[in-house]
Design a binder for this molecule. Structure first.
Ligand SMILES: [Zn+2]
Length: 505
């Protein structure tokens, strides 16, 4: 039998608290093995306090040099994770470096012996993978030290959210920073009033309020609030007086920090004073989520879908100006002034160059007065007879619309089926494309026709509805957009507050 010159490699990492892994224990295990098998140990390589992940391990490097210089031809370890916890690296040593240099590897506690004739052993790779998952376990343990402190309500992070500061007496405690906490309140209040994050940022900048960075004393070239600062403040539950225990986790293999998802968050309640009530915070989250899912269609207003330009017949745009001052006096909070404007002038000035506007309040007043007058003076019987006539005519249209809608669903289903056929490769790309295009154009036609019909009929009022509206009106019920849409077909606006209203009866 060949006489081996062995080296024993011992490593204790900082993370390792298992006494079975102490250098002394490793030494005993490996030396006993060598003695039992009459193996002479030439050298001992000890890395104490070095991680199994990083490569800068001086003793391991020395061992590698000794291997290259043929000083040793056998390596004995307690287990493979002593060498490295990285499965690729384990594979490198066990499959490439050691066999290339004719080194026999023995892992005592895992009963691995590469033997004289080296063969790639799946179990060795498997061990490497196990060791890696072991690292994940350990990283969880280290994390838990910090987590334990957090669970006790201690603030262990370096930075404090805007609006708070560290307690001068206790570095693990956070208190409200009265100098700026009102700004946090303002941000929440404005957002709940319907201001966008961008508008709030502009407003704070205009008031020359220092940004969180600038306030913290960091060097900033432009002291301008940005949307993401506002967004961060609006999303942080810290302001409700609780702490997230597991906001970040560290991947100990890459040493990188990652954010946990909202669903995984664990809270510790009442760790500090709240700036924002839970109720307010929840409302803000609701709005944030809504905005996220449907960014369009954000305004609801009384005359929605009814206001057109009298000249070009185009729909007038609903807009607002933000007023932060009245007669040079800065307002506590900015005010939104909503108005309607014909925007044709920007695109087709030859068609309509009026670009006229009307304030929403003014138009609402004009329209509501006209509606009240109309409802007061109509003869309900004559009106309902007229409507009944219209309704009978429209009956055919409604049936047609129903058919079209059915057709739309049918085509949609066909497209889904076709798509899954393609995914399962039951149909060639060429066939898929031609069939898809056919369905698509059919769908487009159907939709177009349906839209035309809908547009024609959208504002028709039924006999019963009109009766009900008149009754509601007499009982003083308020008008909503839905009710007005049944009464009014369209409102046309000219300059100088001249308004024409087309009723549905
Ligand atoms: Zn116009």
């Amino acid at each position: 039998m060949k006489e081996y010159k062995a080296g024993i490699y011992l490593r204790l990492s900082k993370e390792d608290t298992n006494t079975n892994n102490s250098i002394e224990a490793q030494r005993n295990i490996t030396l006993n093995y060598a003695k039992k098998h009459n193996i002479s140990v030439i050298n001992e390589y000890v890395d104490n306090g070095y991680s199994g992940i990083l490569d800068s391990r001086p003793a391991l490097n020395k061992m590698i040099v000794d291997i290259l210089r043929k000083k040793i031809d056998m390596v004995i370890v307690k287990d493979l994770s002593r060498l490295t916890r990285d499965k690729n690296k384990t594979g490198y040593y066990t499959e490439v470096f050691f066999p290339d240099n004719d080194v026999r590897l023995i892992s005592v506690t895992e009963f691995i012996d590469s033997g004289e004739r080296y063969e790639i052993d799946d179990t060795i790779m498997l061990r490497g993978i196990m060791n890696q998952s072991y690292v994940a376990d350990i990283s969880k343990k280290i994390k838990s030290v910090k987590t334990d402190m957090k669970k006790q309500g201690k603030y262990v992070e370096k930075n404090v959210p805007y609006g708070y500061k560290k307690d001068a007496e206790d570095k693990y405690k956070v208190v409200i920073d009265e100098t700026v906490s009102d700004n946090v309140k303002l941000i929440y209040e404005m957002y709940l009033q319907g201001y966008s994050q961008g508008e709030i940022a502009k407003y704070l900048t205009k008031l020359k309020i220092d940004t969180p960075k600038k306030y913290k004393g960091q060097n900033v070239t432009i002291n301008e609030w940005r949307n993401d600062s506002i967004s961060r403040i609006l999303k942080d539950p810290f302001y409700t007086g609780k702490m997230i225990i597991n906001k970040l986790y560290t991947d100990y293999r890459t040493k990188k920090k990652h954010k946990t998802s909202k669903e995984e968050w664990i809270f510790k309640e009442n760790t500090h004073k709240a700036i924002i009530s839970q109720e307010q915070f929840d409302k803000v989250q609701e709005i944030l989520e809504e905005k996220f899912y449907k960014p369009k269609n954000k305004y609801e207003y009384l005359l929605k879908g009814l206001v057109y330009c009298g000249h070009c017949k185009a729909r007038m745009q609903y807009k607002y100006r933000t007023r932060t001052k009245i007669r040079n006096k800065v307002l506590d909070k900015p005010q939104k002034c909503w108005y309607f404007k014909c925007r044709t002038i920007y695109k087709f000035p030859s068609i309509c160059d009026k670009g006229h506007t009307i304030m929403e309040n003014t138009l609402n007043e004009i329209v509501l007065n006209a509606v009240k007058q109309k409802l007061n003076t109509i003869n309900i019987n004559i009106a309902t007879n007229k409507i009944a006539d219209e309704y009978r005519k429209n009956d055919i249209t409604y049936r047609e619309m129903k058919l079209l809608k059915n057709n739309e669903t049918k085509i949609d289903n066909e497209m889904k089926k076709l798509y899954s056929k393609r995914v399962d490769e039951k149909i060639s790309i060429e066939d898929f494309k031609s069939q898809y295009d056919e369905l698509k154009s059919e769908l487009k036609e159907t939709k177009k026709y349906l839209e035309q019909l809908q547009e024609k009929n959208k504002n028709k009022i039924s006999e019963e509805n009109l009766k009900r509206i008149v009754m509601d009106f007499k009982q003083g019920k308020e008008f909503t957009n839905e009710i007005l849409k049944q009464i009014i077909n369209r409102i046309e606006v000219y300059e100088d507050k001249k308004v024409e209203i087309e009723f549905n009866f």
